[in-house]
Design a protein around this ligand. Structure first.
Ligand SMILES: NC(=O)c1ccc[n+]([C@@H]2O[C@H](COP(=O)([O-])OP(=O)(O)OC[C@H]3O[C@@H](n4cnc5c(N)ncnc54)[C@H](OP(=O)(O)O)[C@@H]3O)[C@@H](O)[C@H]2O)c1
Length: 308
């Protein structure tokens, strides 16, 4: 009797976990032959699976990565899995504004198209500083992608209709931006939440500014995904998270689905500037839907990266 109860409890827990981890898959089968996709941080986790999915559809896929060896390895794997040899990498460190400017210059010289830009790279809750003295989360997750997108906008406009997809996180809701201290770097988790909130405002303002110019913008929460983000932490934490992620988090392939959906599906066109989760538009908390704050952040970011 005791054994039977244990087996039933285990079976029940397994089914509940499976139900909790269920995810929609992108059902749009559109091909991307002749299109160019740029994915930041495409050598790992969600970015790599997105790269495989888009390479399978025939796109030219460029990974923008900071580490040459990891990038080469990922390119080999993506080519092998997609049977698409039109996959390459270019070097960029999003924690360094000079590196982003050099990367963009080279990209604009070499690449004649940019149909889909995926701002995927990201650092989790850490308290370091970038080379330009921005807090690591705000600097890489928001400012790095802000500068990159702005520098590549001419090519995105020329290739219109084009799309910019930025990875955010549903944890955005736990924080607000403090315009007196955008570089807030006190509690690691809060710095991460703020950077992901900034990704949402960035998407809204980009969509507004590009209205009628053929560049659309989407913010995506990929779900909680078993990727490599724990590599920034201690061995013990990694071990603990491995167990938790195995139980509750979805695979990187599942995590990439909403990104792929926003990259290819026609139905997202009516939701320009929107926030997506599980392959459908999702509702934002009211404070995160604020055009005034989005514009203010855009202008502050322009000053910080010396764009204006
Ligand atoms: N995993 C989740 O549960 C989850 C949930 C919500 C949102 N997200 C978001 O999804 C995105 C992808 O994360 P992931 O889970 O796939 O994590 P991941 O496996 O750690 O991948 C992150 C990628 O970002 C790159 N990166 C980090 N700092 C960089 C820099 N300074 N310059 C260039 N590239 C840099 C990493 O490169 P290296 O390999 O060289 O470190 C790596 O390729 C992130 O924006 C994250 O915030 C993830």
């Amino acid at each position: 009797m005791y054994l039977l109860c244990t087996i039933l409890a285990a079976l029940f827990s397994f089914l509940v976990l499976k139900w909790m981890k269920r995810r929609n898959y992108c059902m749009d089968v559109k091909r991307l032959d002749g299109k160019t996709v740029l994915i930041t941080g495409g050598n790992s986790g969600i970015g790599k699976e997105t790269a495989v999915a888009l390479a399978l559809r025939g796109a030219r896929v460029i990974l923008a990565c900071r580490d040459e060896d990891r990038a080469r390895k990922a390119v080999r794997e993506i080519k092998a899995r997609s049977h698409n040899l039109n996959v390459l990498h270019m070097e960029v460190d999003l924690a360094n504004m000079k590196s982003i400017r050099e990367f963009s210059k080279t990209f604009l010289q070499k690449e004649k198209r940019l149909d889909i830009l995926i701002n995927n790279a990201g650092v989790p809750s850490v308290l370091n500083w970038t080379d330009d003295n921005f807090s690591m989360c705000f600097g890489v997750n928001h400012l790095g992608h802000f500068l990159l997108t702005n520098l590549l906008l001419p090519r995105l406009k020329e290739s219109s209709p084009s799309r910019v997809i930025t990875l955010t996180c549903s944890n955005y809701k736990y924080q607000r931006l403090d315009f007196q201290d955008l570089n807030y770097n006190l509690f690691p988790f809060f710095t991460y939440c703020r950077s992901k909130l900034a990704n949402i405002y960035f998407t809204q303002e980009l969509a507004r500014m590009m209205e009628g110019k053929g560049v659309m913008a989407y913010a995506v929460h990929p779900g909680y995904v078993q990727s490599n983000w724990t590599c920034h932490y201690s061995f013990l934490f990694q071990l603990l998270m491995k167990v938790i992620m195995f139980m509750f988090y979805v695979s990187c392939e599942a995590g990439a689905q909403t990104v792929v959906h926003c990259a290819v599906a026609d139905e997202v066109i009516t939701n320009n500037g929107g926030y997506f989760c599980d392959c459908k538009p999702a509702k934002l908390q009211a404070f995160a839907n604020d055009a005034g704050v989005a514009k203010k952040l855009w202008e502050a970011s322009e000053r910080l990266v010396k764009l204006a």
